[in-house]
Write a protein that binds this ligand. Structure first.
Ligand code: ATP
Ligand code: MG
Length: 293
């Protein structure tokens, strides 16, 4: 008798043969997990620490409530988050293991980032030393370079969306605003106001993945000083300040190399922003975060 797995037979007899040797894939549902505690909350729901009962595997469940998604007409947004995130695999990107939905919820099964948000660590530390900030920025730059290679624009880079793994390594998270854009030209404004690139603040915005390079510059400024350069009490003023590059001067304690790194990314013309591959070999990064360190 011929072996259907060798003949490439996809007829029902071949499927039956496979069912005999492989366990049938299990339907995912909430009952498979023990939910332990809340890790954080977001626009459409909450994130929980959970344990997969059968394997003991610890993960995070991002649980979005369908009525809240519908109330904001954000079905497309959630579908896109799942589509984009589920196609990414990189040590600097929060792992996406699977997803399911039931009558009331959409649930994403994610890698658990034991260290929580970079934002909380920054608030606690007030600001980071140059070696520490450079090592963090080198990691985020590598994650962003991977995204650009996959034609993905994150569009919401900020310390709240960067999580910390078990070895203190950074994990880029929250792909809620991300977009797969092979043509690399977009028009929708989204993200967080004080991280928006100047071209996104225009009346008819047209932008590319260089918006993530701008946000990397804002992030570097913030990690070194503890303040976001364009944060303003009035949200009407922020876009004007961004378009005028009107930011408080970096303190004299910040090294010339770090200043040069930031000013190479916070450039009004997107085409002139430091490319990520060059950012990785910038003197400030090499001084503190060369691969051998
Ligand atoms: P928002 O729209 O407000 O950004 P969101 O609904 O997209 O929120 P996330 O940003 O993904 O949700 O998660 C909300 C918070 O939950 C995070 O800022 C973080 O504090 C926590 N969190 C999310 N995922 C994890 C994880 N995998 N491990 C640990 N904590 C997490
Ligand atoms: Mg978030």
């Amino acid at each position: 008798m011929s072996d259907p797995s060798e003949s490439g037979d996809s007829s029902s007899s071949g499927v039956t043969y496979l069912e005999n040797i492989l366990p049938a894939p299990k339907q995912l549902h909430m009952g498979l997990f023990e939910v332990r505690r809340e890790l954080g909350s977001g626009s459409f729901g909450r994130v929980f620490l959970a344990r997969h009962l059968e394997s003991g595997f610890i993960c995070a469940l991002k649980v979005l409530i369908k009525t809240e998604i519908a109330a904001r007409a954000s079905e497309k947004h959630v579908r896109r988050e799942i589509e984009v995130h589920s196609n990414l695999r990189h040590p600097g990107i929060l792992g996406f293991y699977g997803w399911f939905h039931d009558e009331t919820r959409v649930v994403m099964i994610l890698e658990y980032a034991v260290g929580g948000e970079l934002f909380d660590l920054l608030v606690k530390s007030k600001h980071f030393s140059e070696p520490c900030a450079a090592r963090y920025i080198a990691q985020i730059t590598m994650s962003l370079a991977y995204l650009q290679q996959k034609h993905v624009i994150h569009r919401d880079i900020k310390p709240e969306n960067i999580l910390i793994g078990v070895h203190g390594e950074l994990k880029l998270a929250d792909f809620g605003y991300s977009i797969h854009s092979p043509g690399n030209s977009r028009e929708t404004v989204c993200g967080t106001l004080c991280y928006l690139a100047p071209e996104m603040t225009l009346a008819n915005p047209r932008y590319t993945n260089a918006v993530d390079q701008w946000a990397l510059g804002v992030l570097t400024y913030e990690l070194l000083t503890g303040h976001s350069p364009f944060d303003d009490a009035s949200s009407a003023i922020t876009p004007i300040r961004i378009r005028n590059l009107d930011m408080p001067p970096l303190p004299s304690s910040v090294s010339p190399e770090a200043k040069h790194f930031i000013h190479s990314l916070l450039v009004l013309d997107p085409a002139q922003r430091l490319p990520l591959k060059d950012a990785l070999v910038h003197p400030w990064i090499l001084k503190h975060a060369a691969p051998s360190r």
